[in-house]
Design a protein around this ligand. Structure first.
Ligand code: UD1
Ligand code: UDP
Length: 409
């Protein structure tokens, strides 16, 4: 293995087992400080394994809440055999939107924080593109790993592919077929730039095929299920989730809501229709509010009824506990639709389409859009079937992702 002056590992394949070639590499002027690790060529198999496993250098790009959750499934596993540099773009930055996940999910600290912050689509993506390019030029990774469909995903995929660094996309192939969503644009572009496409469902694989992408497409399952299983194990020892006590909630006696999607927040008519629905139901509504949505609610002076509890965003383990005990979930979140399904909570999706169509087909998720009457009706009448077939894999998606990334390098 070669080690660069900054301590980073290079590709091993060139010099593995060839000490004489390693010695020659030592003298290459391009890397005047290049140091050849003396383990090269050693007969000790344990040392050889250590060297082989360190072969791949990956820059992982995250920046928004769902990505901190997804990387929690993958990062530790990736680091067992490879070198990961974790880049946080700074798209989300409030403690409740970022730090709380690094603490609660025991994530490694980001190696680089670009601190990009909020802004228009173009400003934010452009600032990330520049920041990520600088990191990639300095780090020279073998792969760039991107997650999901945020502006951080797009910037990571674009920066890497412009430098001819292969991109692996976790959660590839999802489509809403609604190009008004910034996320749809992000995921289409990221998929078309990716060299390794790691899909959570058959539908995602088919979506890619319909766009002519079939090479290096793998059905791996959803890494969010891996994280959820970890969280459930963590919670198994507690009789009753602490957050229910803190909020004085009874199991199955409240509705859980989240709203942040641009289509629901950029037009106040949409948001107020949804909030009016929350005000009109006759059960407690627990609503951890995304800061972007909070801003609109505050600016517009919307008054929530006493049974609607507007909270700060909560940490992942608390959220899992809230979903698991809710009578029903109302959300425009992608991740939450699946968590509601896995945890057996009926879900009303406050959108007109979803990428997670299997949850709708299974009868556990109903698309209700933002119409207040439709939402209230569904709160009272929606009843999913008894059966809930397994969806989105077996909870071992991260292992497959790591293996495939290792194989491709
Ligand atoms: C982004 C993603 C969306 C994802 C969501 C997860 C894009 C295009 N969208 O949407 O796919 O579902 O994250 O939550 O990337 N803000 C704060 N503090 C923060 C973060 C945001 O106050 O820590 C406020 C700012 O006013 C900001 C607004 O929230 O303008 C929206 O944030 P932004 O990251 O642009 O988009 P999200 O709606 O979070
Ligand atoms: N989530 C959380 N706290 C909250 C709201 C959401 O931990 O207050 C979790 C949720 O359980 C899911 C993920 O955040 O795992 C979903 O992220 P979000 O809804 O922000 O984005 P999306 O999935 O729509 O892209």
């Amino acid at each position: 293995m070669v080690e660069y002056p900054d301590g980073s590992a290079g590709r091993t394949k060139t010099c593995w087992g060839l000490p004489e070639l390693a010695d020659r590499l030592d003298r290459i002027p391009r890397y005047p400080l290049l140091r050849i690790q003396r383990e090269v060529g050693t007969p000790d198999p344990a040392a050889q394994n250590r060297v082989a496993r360190a072969a791949v250098k990956i820059v992982s790009i995250v920046g928004a809440r769902p990505q901190f959750i997804k990387v929690a499934a993958v990062s530790h596993k990736l680091r067992k055999g490879h070198r990961e540099i974790l880049v946080h773009t700074g798209q989300h930055y409030d403690y409740e939107m970022s730090g709380i996940f690094f603490d609660g999910l025991e994530l490694p600290r980001p190696d680089r924080d670009l601190g990009v912050g909020s802004g228009s689509q173009g400003f934010q993506t452009g600032a990330m593109l520049k920041g990520i390019e600088d990191v990639l030029l300095a780090e020279r990774p073998d792969f760039v790993l991107v997650y999901g469909d945020t502006n951080s995903t797009l910037a990571g995929a674009l920066a890497a592919s412009k430098l001819s660094i292969p991109v692996a996309h976790i959660e590839a192939g999802l489509r809403s077929f609604n190009r008004c969503m910034p996320e749809e644009i992000n995921r289409v572009v990221a998929d078309h730039l990716s060299e390794l496409l790691l899909c959570p469902s058959d539908v995602a694989v088919s979506n890619l095929a319909a766009e002519g992408i079939s090479k290096n497409v793998h059905l791996v399952g959803d890494v969010m299920l891996d994280v959820l299983n970890w969280a459930k194990e963590r919670a198994a020892t507690a009789n009753r989730p602490a957050i229910l006590d803190r909020l004085r909630l009874e199991k199955q006696a409240y509705l859980l809501a989240t709203v942040h999607r641009r289509e629901n927040t950029s037009e106040f008519a949409q948001l107020s229709s949804i909030l009016n629905a929350f005000n009109s139901v006759n059960e407690p509504v627990v609503f951890p509010v995304h800061p972007g949505t909070r801003k609109v609610i505050t600016e517009r002076g919307f008054h929530a009824a006493p049974h609607v509890r507007l909270l700060e965003p909560v940490g992942y383990l608390d959220m899992v506990a809230l979903v698991g005990s809710a009578r029903l979930v109302m959300t425009d979140s992608g991740g939450l639709q699946k968590e509601a399904y896995w945890l057996g909570a009926p879900c009303l999706t406050l959108r007109n389409e979803t990428e997670w169509v299997e949850t709708v087909e299974a009868g556990w998720n109903l698309l209700v859009g933002s119409d207040a009457v439709k939402i209230v009706d569904a709160v009272h009448s929606f009843a999913p079937p008894d059966s809930r077939p397994a969806l989105y894999g077996d909870g071992a998606a991260a292992d497959r992702c790591v293996e495939l990334i290792g194989d491709r390098s």
